[in-house]
Design a protein around this ligand. Sequence first.
Ligand code: XUL
Ligand code: CO
Length: 473
Amino acid sequence: MTYFPTVGKIKFEGVESNNPFAYRHYNPEEVVMGKTMAEHMRFAVAYWHTFASDGAKGQDPFGMKTMTRPWESTDSMEEARQKAYANFEFLEKLGVPFFAFHDLDVAPEGNSIEEYHRNLDEIVAIFKSEMERTGIKLLWNTSNAFSHPRFVNGAATSPNADVYAHAAAQVKKGLEIAKELGAENYVFWGGREGYEFLQNTDYKLEMDNLAKFYWMAINYAQEIGYTGQFLIEPKPKEPTKHQYDYDTATVVAFLKTYGLDKHFKMNLEANHATLAMHTFDHEIRVAASHDMLGSLDANQGDLLIGWDTDEFPTDLTAVTLACYEIIKAGGLGTGGVNFDAKVRRSSTDLEDLFLAHIAGMDTFARGFKAAAKLIEDKFFEDIVANRYSTFHNSEIGKTILDGTATFASLAEYAKTNNTLKVVSDHLEYTKVRMNEYIYSQPTSTPKSNEIIKHLNEKISGADLLAKTSQEAV
Ligand code: XUL
Ligand code: CO
């Protein structure tokens, strides 16, 4: 049985090719900065958006689904089996090495925990044999503890202890599956871990319970010998109006407060960053600065829409800057670039699933190579070194960095310092030269960073005090 009869194996054909079912920028074997593109990117397909939910088949609050897939069946277990096989055909044809899923994406819940576990076990066995046959691996699995009505007020932050226990049973099984399938990571996304109305909420109790839940997960993983990386996926809102895992900085503070920080890294999603009024690269930088960059949910939102649109990433500037941060952080480790993205409602053909993933992968490949070139040319590094040079090169700056400065020593210095300079960043110039790396090839020498240095020497460095006194006149 084939689920995608019209599409063959997707190969790299380069920018000269007009074949839509080919990679124009992603060449898995191309070596960039000492590793192949396949090793850098570690692409993954999100099972839910590609095979599972009606929302991923065009259903929205205003309309029915617009797509029908060949694996659909009125028998939910039969559909679960069909999806499992379709997943591996799709990944093999795309040449994507990883997939990711929620427990609820792969098997129906049935009427009891026992029935659910039986259903899951049957599909997990298919996954296992297909993984052995194809060499495809599991980037991460997770538990959907947010869709069922029992989780209306959360799972690990529910006001109801019975619900909390049910969620624990679910994550316990999820960890067993992670171990069975060798999942490289296990993800916690706090779907409804938040609140709607603060005054009927015991915030402190919910935070303490969440931390206890994570500790139980750590202990159980150790007990069964599951050694994958635990990840938390921040998101500020939707479905609850306020989610506890708001953004990376908030999650880091939570983990440190409860002594959990050595056990977790971040699974960062671009659209979640947008909802938190951050950029994707900001979230990656913050996580990396705490040594907590885990994995990426690659997608994009829409700046005009206030919800999670989960579009395939095609914004080359945003992706290049994200890749820049990945490289600076030393790579993704056990993580990967997982397309937590769905085709638009109007992309109704089955083949659009391929075209959308190719678009995302080509955008990342192109962005990664542009970022590598920016790094190779030290484009930003030189700018940063120049910008902070007073800390590294002046005596007073060194005392701040080595911690010997005091308010008294700084005040003494400031009083006698009449050489304070305002140095221009030449920000517009920096960005337009950066664009050359992203959209074409940097053309001219000297390199833009050298030009910026030159500009600084030539036209910048006006004396602030002199300027101010002139303006005052
Ligand atoms: C929801 C979301 C989830 C997580 C996994 O916004 O991103 O799909 O990635 O639960
Ligand atoms: Co996600």
